[in-house]
Design a protein around this ligand. Structure first.
Ligand SMILES: CC(C)(COP(=O)(O)OP(=O)(O)OC[C@H]1O[C@@H](n2cnc3c(N)ncnc32)[C@H](O)[C@@H]1OP(=O)(O)O)[C@@H](O)C(=O)NCCC(=O)NCCS
Length: 195
C-alpha cells in the first residue's frame, strides 16, 4: 500500500471519529424569579430541563442529528440555586456505544454580586441518535485527547456495569410479598397499617 492510500484510509477512519472537544457545550442561563419554587429557591425541574437541553445539544453535535434521552442517572441537588444566580451547565460526551452516548453534565451556579460559585449538580444522560427512519443510528467513535477524556470514558464503562448489575438486582426484588411478609418488613418503619 503506498503512502497516498494509507493517508486516505487514515482520513476515512478519522471521519468516523470525533474529538470530545468538538461537541463540548456550555449553556448559561440567568435564574429569573419565575423559575423559583414556594421556598424562593430555583425549582429543581428548571435545572433538570436545562440539563436535558444541554445534553441534547452536545449529543446532537457529536452525532450530527436528532437524539432522544434514553436514561438519566441519579441527580443529586448538592446546593440550592438562588434567584439572580447565573447557572452554567457544561456538557461533554464521556462515552459512546454504537448508537448511544453518555453525556456528562456539571452544573455551576454563580452569585453575580459576590462571584461565589457553587457546584450544584453532576449527572450523566444517555442519549440515543435517531436516523431519518426513526430508528437508532450509529454515532461516530470518540477521540480521547486528554487524561480527563480517558478517565471519563473508563468511568462510564464502570458506571454501565454497575447499572446493569443494579437492574439485575432490581429484577430480583419480589413484588408478590404475602401479607405476613409485608408486616415483618414494615416493622420499625414510620408507618401504621390501617386497612
Ligand atoms: C431509547 C430508545 C430509542 C431505545 O430503543 P431500543 O429499541 O431499545 O433500541 P436499542 O435496544 O437498539 O438501544 C439503542 C441504544 O440505546 C441504549 N439504551 C436503550 N435504553 C437505555 C436505557 N434505559 N439506559 C441506557 N441506555 C439505553 C442501548 O444500550 C443501545 O445502546 P448502543 O447502541 O450504544 O449499544 C427507545 O427506548 C425510546 O424511544 N425511548 C423513549 C425515549 C424518549 O421518549 N425520551 C424522551 C423522554 S421524555
Amino acid at each position: 500500500m503506498n503512502n497516498q492510500n494509507i493517508i486516505h484510509q487514515f482520513q476515512r477512519i478519522m471521519q468516523d471519529f470525533k474529538a470530545v472537544q468538538d461537541s463540548q457545550t456550555t449553556l448559561t442561563e440567568l435564574m429569573i424569579p419565575s423559575y423559583s419554587n414556594f421556598g424562593g429557591k430555583i425549582h429543581g425541574g428548571i435545572i433538570l430541563s436545562l440539563m436535558d437541553k444541554v445534553a441534547y445539544v452536545c449529543a446532537a453535535k457529536h452525532s450530527d442529528g436528532y437524539c432522544i434521552t434514553a436514561s438519566i442517572d441519579v441527580v443529586d441537588f448538592l446546593a440550592p440555586v438562588e434567584v439572580g444566580d447565573l447557572v452554567s451547565l457544561m456538557a461533554s460526551v464521556n462515552y459512546v456505544g454504537n448508537t448511544s452516548m453518555i453525556i456528562g453534565i456539571r452544573v455551576i451556579s454563580e452569585n453575580l454580586k459576590t462571584q461565589v460559585k457553587k457546584h450544584t449538580n453532576t449527572s450523566y444522560f444517555t442519549m440515543v441518535a435517531i436516523g431519518d427512519d426513526h430508528k437508532p443510528k450509529v454515532v461516530p467513535g470518540l477521540i480521547l485527547k486528554s487524561a480527563d477524556d480517558v478517565r471519563r470514558f473508563a468511568q462510564s464503562l464502570n458506571r454501565k456495569k454497575l447499572k446493569a448489575n443494579y437492574k439485575k438486582d432490581e429484577a430480583s426484588i419480589k413484588d408478590d410479598y404475602t401479607d405476613a411478609q409485608c408486616v415483618t418488613l414494615l416493622k420499625g418503619e414510620r408507618c401504621q397499617i390501617s386497612l
